[in-house]
Design a protein around this ligand. Structure first.
Ligand SMILES: *[C@@H]1O[C@H](CO)[C@@H](O)[C@H](O)[C@H]1NC(C)=O
Ligand SMILES: *[C@@H]1O[C@H](CO)[C@@H](O)[C@H](O)[C@H]1NC(C)=O
Ligand SMILES: *[C@@H]1O[C@H](CO)[C@@H](O)[C@H](O)[C@H]1NC(C)=O
Ligand SMILES: *[C@@H]1O[C@H](CO)[C@@H](O)[C@H](O)[C@H]1NC(C)=O
Ligand SMILES: *[C@@H]1O[C@H](CO)[C@@H](O)[C@H](O)[C@H]1NC(C)=O
Ligand SMILES: *[C@@H]1O[C@H](CO)[C@@H](O)[C@H](O)[C@H]1NC(C)=O
Ligand SMILES: *[C@@H]1O[C@H](CO)[C@@H](O)[C@H](O)[C@H]1NC(C)=O
Ligand SMILES: *[C@@H]1O[C@H](CO)[C@@H](O)[C@H](O)[C@H]1NC(C)=O
Ligand SMILES: [Zn+2]
Length: 898
């Protein structure tokens, strides 16, 4: 998502000083819109990072602070507000209007507009037409400035704008897309406005706090298979001309521009409904006709999640309908018309894996949570984006838990949200959650792991500190108070404070986590039963230096300390304030072990003296699943940062011989694979010894889970099977590799049905020693496959072949979009480069073809190169610092028969 404003020449902007406030009466503005577009789609799919592609952890880039000039150019005057947009979008001709009011008097009206050609502007007041003397479009600020001969005084104005725009060759604004189905290639029109693209579809006040109502008219082909969708239900459909109909939608509630959505397609739908505090609301899931049977699950999980939210938020779902269509534009919480990309919406047990199913559930639960948090109450400005995204990323776990209580979602929060951001936020290039942004580029940059995952993690910590019930009450009060309006972070914290009373300062604790980046490491020292904790900033690179005076809290935090012992969890609030040097906690009398930060609810790390660690190891089986997951993750991370000896996490892995739960295996598997990745190519015999050790400790779990899926297997057992078998195969577990190869050969020869969950593994390890003929056969399967998820699994298999010539030809195929879909390009490159034979091929290719230049809008060129460089440096540092210690542990321990 690039916004090309570099070449723009600055134009004059109206001075802000003319606004003299008079009374606050209503102006009415009317805009008549016309959208010109040809129906032929000639553009390529442009790759871009969708804000909601949050499962791909983004490289953190320092976000530059906006300058005063930027602020002046990129924010609209705040004395004009829209009241109603009456908007007509036609694929040839359109007319629309909106109303607004002004509370200052000035000579001009400033609205956002980008890539639109404005043909006519009429401004009226009380039926009288005002003379428009200038319509000035400015690329800087992406605005249109309408100047009238007479001054604009407070009141209601009607503005009519006729404009044209292009639907083609873009993936933002209102645009054309295509898909190939049973009826050949079909054209559809859809929209994507978050954060700053509504202005590419119609002139508007494109800021989240300039909420307005909408009356939308959409033109659609008369052909009965075409439908038009928008946020609200259809009001009426009229004949427009020989071949078109005009669909009018009901007037909406007041909402931000980025939440409006317009779709014209030939999709069909399945329908269910949900109970909205006693009223039945239809819930329709739309997809292309051939995918319709895969929408049932999204409907089921959507219904359960939304009924849970209605109850949790203590407020009904605010709109009269809810539709969930499948669109390439990605997952987006358009109010009443939540859109999803295919892989996040479609699921059946015969075509998708257990992880695909979980992805559908989590993304649906996430987007639906926005109906309240984000849509009903919206952040005042993008600075507080984390309120929207962090909240939805946290509450989605409650939504999925309600829909799928056996999935262990609360444990999975650690591995799916918390651990990745703890890793990113431990670098100097991180940034605070609350960040001042002004320009569209700055705004898109904060749609990152910090806003989503750290936001979710500190809300989880807040909830555990104030208690679930108080948290829920605070949330409900906040939603009621700011419904149909906007709020900032402080407003939310004030509501939580209001519920718990004034015994301690909620905002002070939270601010230490929101206005400064990073997080603390608590170091425990023990004297009898007295445990004394001190805090320091945790960084992955132990040699990194920084200036603590650049943060107003000096990189100290107000930390809610918790612990668990064999006697139970701590219940009293223990606040380690940022201004204190240390805090002492007494181990409860009679407790034999103590673990701080129970279930890893706090956004901090803890390290202990060796004997305390070993005491926890001895009691591994008594710990909760989350605590075991935490223990493993903490030790691998502390070792990588040089805070503990590598022998500690490695010693702990011996406990895995008794482990059968999903999240501990997730963490252990990635920790061990990480070490093996470092050792790979360092021509170390210890690499083989370590693999044999891992193969041994994974065997009990491998034998318990086996390749045979049984009908009674629960969701978590299925996920654990994937994790454990994949670890086993990756370290060369003999039985695992034999089974993968044998199933692969039967499949390629005789087209047998493979397990949905295990086929990725079978493709990958089956391909390892495959012949050229087999590879070609699989390539044909890939080419003829239409399912997006399956295609990715197949190509991951193709990328794992050991023949360099074949890998090179796969890289060449990536250029052909009729074979590799544009949106899959980077995934395929990643698959190839994670194959040791392919790594250098990808880099050579990148260097000589400058492939990232093919996708200038992906913004990924420099970021990916920087990331690759960082990886190499990290690798060198790791080998220098830890290789010897790991090898010595491997020699003394892993080689033995323990
Ligand atoms: C509008 O912006 C000005 C300058 O930033 C500010 O002083 C004023 O309070 C704002 N008015 C409203 C109604 O928000
Ligand atoms: C839609 O239809 C109803 C009558 O069913 C009418 O009252 C309303 O004004 C119509 N228009 C809009 C834009 O809601
Ligand atoms: C898929 O689900 C259906 C109905 O829920 C069930 O009958 C069938 O056994 C399942 N198939 C597989 C392969 O799990
Ligand atoms: C532990 O702390 C308590 C209370 O501060 C103190 O009375 C006691 O002497 C301390 N014990 C040791 C072993 O330092
Ligand atoms: C790891 O285990 C070995 C063997 O049991 C032991 O000698 C060593 O001290 C342990 N390492 C640490 C840091 O506790
Ligand atoms: C697998 O492990 C579970 C939990 O430890 C145990 O209940 C079950 O009996 C084991 N099954 C097999 C086949 O070993
Ligand atoms: C495919 O099926 C044929 C006939 O049943 C059988 O002879 C052959 O062994 C099978 N191939 C594999 C790889 O299992
Ligand atoms: C790799 O594939 C090429 C053709 O694509 C083939 O000529 C060559 O023999 C293969 N190499 C090996 C070692 O199999
Ligand atoms: Zn979201």
């Amino acid at each position: 998502m690039s916004l090309c404003c570099g070449a723009a020449k600055p134009r004059k902007r109206p001075s802000r000083t003319v606004a003299v406030l008079v009374s606050c009466c209503l102006f009415l503005l009317i805009v008549c819109a016309c959208l010109l577009a040809a129906l032929v789609f000639v553009g390529k799919h442009i790759l871009y990072n969708h804000p909601h592609a949050r499962h791909v952890a983004r490289n953190l880039q320092p976000v530059g602070l906006p300058t005063e000039t930027e602020r002046r150019f990129w924010r609209l005057p705040n004395d004009t507000r829209p009241v109603l947009y009456d908007l007509t979008l036609l694929p040839d001709l359109a007319a629309g209007e909106f109303r607004g009011f002004v509370t200052g008097h000035r000579k001009d009206l400033v609205l956002h507009s980008k890539d639109l050609s404005i043909a006519e502007v009429v401004v009226r007041k009380e039926g009288r037409v005002l003379q428009v003397v200038d319509v000035d479009e400015s690329l800087v600020g992406e605005v249109v400035i309408i100047t009238t001969r007479e001054k604009i005084f407070p009141g209601v104005y009607y503005v009519f704008i006729r404009f044209g725009g292009n639907l083609k060759s873009r993936l933002t604004g209102f645009y054309q897309s295509q898909y190939s189905g049973s009826n050949g290639v079909r054209q559809i029109a859809t929209s994507k406005f978050e954060p700053t693209y509504a202005r590419q579809a119609f002139p508007c006040f494109d800021e989240p706090n300039m909420k307005s109502k909408y009356i939308v008219h959409l033109l659609k082909p008369k052909n009965a298979s075409y439908i038009a969708l928008s946020n609200f239900p259809v009001n009426k459909t009229e004949s427009y001309d020989e071949t078109h109909e005009l669909v009018t939608f009901d007037e909406t509630v007041s909402m931000s521009t980025y939440l409006s959505c317009f779709i014209v397609s030939d999709f069909t739908n399945t329908e269910t409904s949900f109970n909205n505090s006693g009223v039945t609301i239809p819930l329709k899931v739309y997809a292309s006709p051939e995918n319709l049977d895969k929408t049932t699950y999204a409907g089921e999980v959507g219904k359960k999640a939304i009924e849970y939210y209605v109850n949790y938020f203590g407020m009904p779902y605010p709109l009269p309908k809810l539709a969930i269509p499948d669109f390439v534009s990605g997952a987006m919480e358009h109010w009443g018309l939540v859109t999803f990309r295919e892989t996040a919406l479609l699921y059946t047990n015969t075509t998708h894996s257990t992880s695909n199913k979980q992805r559908v559930a989590t993304v649906v639960a996430h987007e639906l949570a926005h109906s309240w948090f984000g849509n009903l109450v919206t952040m005042d400005w993008w600075n507080d984006l984390w309120l929207n995204e962090g909240f939805a990323s946290y509450i989605e776990y409650k939504g999925v838990l309600a829909a799928e209580p056996t999935w262990g979602m609360l444990d999975q929060f650690l591995t799916a949200e918390l651990h990745s951001v703890l890793s990113l936020d431990a670098t100097l290039s991180s940034h605070p959650i609350v960040q001042t942004v002004v320009t569209p580029d700055q705004i898109t940059e904060i749609f990152d792991t910090i806003s989503y995952n750290k936001g979710a993690s500190i809300l989880r910590m807040l909830e555990s500190t104030v208690g679930e019930e108080n948290f829920q009450k605070g949330v409900t009060n906040y939603l009621k108070k700011y419904a149909y309006s906007n709020a900032v972070t402080a407003n939310f914290l004030t509501e939580i404070q209001g519920v718990i009373g004034n015994s301690w300062d909620v905002a002070e604790m939270m601010n230490t986590f929101t206005v400064q980046m990073g997080y603390p490491l608590l170091t425990v020292s023990v004297d009898g039963d007295n445990y004394t904790l001190t805090q320091s900033r945790f960084l992955k690179d132990p040699t990194a230096s920084y200036n603590s005076s650049e943060s107003i809290y000096g990189y100290k935090w107000t930390i809610p300390v918790t612990y668990v012992t064999d006697l139970g969890k701590s219940t009293d609030l223990i606040l380690f304030k940022y201004s204190d040097d240390k805090i002492t906690i007494q181990k409860p009398t009679g407790a034999t072990w103590i673990k701080f930060n129970y279930d890893q609810v706090g956004y901090y790390r803890v390290t202990y003296p060796d004997q305390e660690w070993n005491n926890l190891f001895s009691n591994y089986e008594s710990l909760s699943t989350s605590d075991r997951t935490h223990l493993l993750e903490e030790l691998f991370s502390l070792a990588e940062a040089g805070r503990v000896e590598y022998s500690l996490p490695l010693n702990l892995t011996k406990k895995l011989e008794q482990e059968i739960d999903y999240t501990p295996w997730c963490v252990a598997s990635s920790g061990l694979k990480n070490i093996l990745k470092y050792l790979n190519g360092s021509s170390s015999i210890q690499e083989e010894t370590l693999k044999a050790y891992v193969s041994k400790i994974v065997t009990p779990a491998y034998q318990n889970l086996t390749w045979d899926e049984s009908e009674g297997d629960g969701h978590l057992r299925k996920l654990t099977r994937i994790e454990v078998l994949s670890l086993a195969c990756s370290v060369g577990h003999t039985d695992c590799l034999l089974e993968a190869e044998s199933q692969f050969n039967t499949w390629i020869d005789n087209q047998t049905q493979l397990s949905q969950d295990l086929r990725s593994l079978i493709y990958k390890y089956g391909m390892k020693n495959a012949s050229e003929e087999t590879w070609q056969k699989m390539l044909d399967v890939y080419k003829s496959e239409s399912d997006a998820s399956e295609k990715l699994k197949l190509v991951n298999g193709l990328a794992n072949v050991q023949n360099e010539t074949l890998l090179s030809s796969l890289i060449e195929l990536c250029k052909n979009e009729s074979i590799v879909r544009g949106q899959d390009y980077f995934s395929v490159m990643q698959y190839i480069s994670s194959n040791p034979v392919g790594t250098s091929l990808v880099w050579d290719w990148v260097r000589c073809r400058n492939s990232f230049a093919m996708y200038p809008n992906a913004g990924a060129g420099t970021a990916n190169r920087a990331k690759a460089l960082e990886t190499v440096q990290n690798n060198i540092r790791w080998l220098a610092q830890y290789k010897a210690a790991v090898e010595s542990w491997v020699n003394s321990t892993a080689g033995g028969s323990t």
